[in-house]
Design a protein around this ligand. Structure first.
Ligand SMILES: Nc1nc2c(ncn2[C@@H]2O[C@H](COP(=O)(O)OP(=O)(O)OP(=O)(O)O)[C@@H](O)[C@H]2O)c(=O)[nH]1
Ligand SMILES: [Mg+2]
Length: 325
């Protein structure tokens, strides 16, 4: 392309808070553009300021609706908000996506809000890297809070919320008898539970069940975070202020207890491992070298065990991984 602006130049603009530059770099990150890596590495130095909130729950739990309402709360409190939504049900791409379409209209024209929907299909490798790169871009761009919406199904999606400071699990009433969070394996990663659609008569049952469940897993002791259950309703416009307050309280708890250090370490670990996994998977996928085929044949014929083959391949890979990967 003629006169294509470099990613480094765009990174500079991101740091100055230009949202167009954020949008363009997210697109490059999504397309796996190798030129963007150096810019992302540079930008990473300017991250670490935003409070990152992961919002997860089963399909249809009410996540997108909740995110929209929460964005409005943050704006009313004077904070800027970036949203990265991994929204498979979204009929849109790269734009506004969330539940409450009419109120979304207000948000789209607000420079204190940036919303990006990311594709779940057609991306090379996993979702985690582009999604977390997008979070970095919003963080470096000066957004106070970054919300990540993902469906709580699948390892990649769970790993994305693991890279958040505060994780909110959304539970909807009437989606089955069991607590969905347990089924989806996200009960224990919740810092805050939301029972959405609290205008529905069956929501009380869900609230009670969740509270009972949390009582059982309660750790004794002072200074331990007590996972709250926050009912919300977008119909009645209730609970979103309480949810924002609970997130703020959790952020405060992390700081005051010193847990933030361990949380940051955990986030760093998740991210490094995710990228390493992706690099390895990528290399395997594109590696048609005869050595791979040779090794696979040996494994099939029981001349070599899978572990031995993996170690051999990883050693060989070391030579071919580029910085810009
Ligand atoms: N009654 C009621 N319905 C709600 C509420 N919040 C969301 N809904 C409805 O629940 C359905 C799912 O809402 P979404 O916000 O799209 O849920 P989601 O979790 O983002 O869904 P996916 O992204 O597809 O996983 C929609 O039909 C919403 O209108 C609420 O507070 N009360
Ligand atoms: Mg959604």
């Amino acid at each position: 392309m003629i006169n294509r602006i470099s990613s480094m130049k765009l990174a500079e603009r991101v740091r100055e808070g230009h949202v167009r530059a954020i949008a363009r770099l997210i697109t490059r990150v999504e397309s796996g553009d190798p030129e963007v890596r150096q810019a992302m590495a540079e930008l990473y130095k300017s991250t670490g300021r935003a409070h990152v909130v992961g919002i997860t729950g089963v399909p249809g739990a009410g996540k997108s609706t909740l995110v929209t309402q929460l964005v409005l709360e943050y704006r009313a409190s004077g904070r800027t908000v970036g949203v990265v939504a991994i929204d498979p049900s979204s009929p849109f791409s790269g734009g506004a996506i969330l539940g409450d379409r009419i109120r979304m209209g207000e948000l789209v024209s607000d420079p204190g809000v940036f919303i990006r929907s990311m594709a779940t299909r057609g991306t090379l490798g996993g979702l985690a890297r582009p999604a977390l790169d997008a979070v970095d871009l919003l963080d470096a761009g000066g957004f106070d809070v970054v919300l990540i919406e993902t469906v709580g199904v699948g390892q990649d999606e769970v790993d994305i919320v693991r890279a958040a400071h505060t994780t909110v699990v959304v539970n909807a009433p009437g989606l089955g008898d069991d607590i969905q969070a347990i089924k989806a394996g996200v009960l224990e990663i919740a810092d805050i539970h939301v029972v959405s659609k609290a205008d529905r008569p069956d929501s009380n049952k869900t609230i009670q069940e969740l509270k009972a469940m949390l009582m059982m897993s309660l750790e004794p002791g002072e200074g331990v975070w007590r996972v709250p259950v926050v009912p919300t309703s977008s119909e009645k416009h209730t609970g979103f202020g309480e949810l924002m307050a609970a997130i703020d309280l959790h952020a405060e708890h992390l700081e005051q207890s010193g847990e933030i250090t361990e949380r940051r370490r955990q986030i760093a670990l998740t991210r490094v491992v995710k990228v390493a996994e992706e690099i390895v998977r990528d290399n395997f996928a594109r590696d048609s070298r005869s050595q791979t085929e040779e090794l696979l044949k040996k494994v099939t014929q029981r001349q070599l065990d899978p572990h031995g083959a993996a170690v051999t391949l990883l050693k060989a890979m070391k030579e071919t991984i580029h910085e810009s990967h």
